[in-house]
Design a binder for this molecule. Structure first.
Ligand code: NI
Length: 165
C-alpha cells in the first residue's frame, strides 16, 4: 500500500485523488476490513497518526487514526456532528505533504458519528490530539489538505518549498 504524496510533484497539488471528494463506503465487508487493517499497518510504518482513503488512492469515506495515548480506530462514512466554539492552534504535518509542518487553527473538540470496521455505528466526542487527527483526516475525505487552512502568506511559502527539488 503506497501513500500518495506531493513530494517534488507540484502538479499533483491540484490534480490528484487527494483533491477529490471521496464517495460513501457501500459495504462493510471482509474486503473493507482488510483495507482498514492495511491502512493501519501503513500508518504505523510511516509513523503517522492518521491515514485516509484518498491518501492510498481509494476515493472512499474511510480513515484510520492512532493518536498518542489512544488505540487504533477506524472511521467509516463519518459525519462531524458538532465542533466546539473554542479553537486551538496545533502543529500539523501530513504523510501526503512530506517535510511540511505548520500551525493550523481548528476547533478544540469534536463529536463524530461513524461506523467501525465491524459495521457498528458509534458516536465519539473527543478533544485534544484525537480531535485534531479526526478533523485532519475528515478533511482528506473532502479533498482538503491542512495547507489549505494556512494563512495565505504561509501557504505560498509552503507551496514554494514543496516545489523545490
Ligand atoms: Ni494528512
Amino acid at each position: 500500500m503506497k501513500v500518495l504524496c506531493f513530494e517534488n510533484n507540484p502538479q499533483a497539488y491540484s490534480d490528484t485523488t487527494l483533491r477529490q471528494k471521496a464517495g460513501p463506503v457501500k459495504n462493510i465487508n471482509d474486503e473493507l476490513r482488510k483495507t482498514a487493517l492495511e491502512m493501519i499497518e501503513s500508518m504505523r510504518k510511516e509513523k503517522g497518526v492518521g491515514l485516509a482513503g484518498p491518501q492510498i488512492g481509494l476515493l472512499k469515506r474511510i480513515f484510520v487514526t492512532h493518536a498518542e495515548g489512544d488505540t487504533a480506530r477506524v472511521f467509516i462514512n463519518p459525519t462531524i456532528i458538532w465542533t466546539s466554539q473554542e479553537q486551538v492552534k496545533y502543529e500539523e504535518g501530513c504523510l501526503s505533504v512530506p517535510g511540511i509542518w505548520a500551525d493550523v487553527i481548528r476547533p478544540e473538540s469534536v463529536k463524530i458519528q461513524a461506523w467501525n470496521e465491524n459495521g457498528r455505528a458509534f458516536t465519539l466526542e473527543t478533544s485534544g490530539m484525537l480531535a485534531r487527527v479526526i478533523q485532519h483526516e475528515y478533511d482528506h475525505l473532502e479533498g482538503i489538505l491542512f495547507i489549505d487552512r494556512l494563512p495565505e502568506t504561509k501557504r505560498e511559502k509552503v507551496l514554494v518549498k514543496l516545489q523545490k527539488p
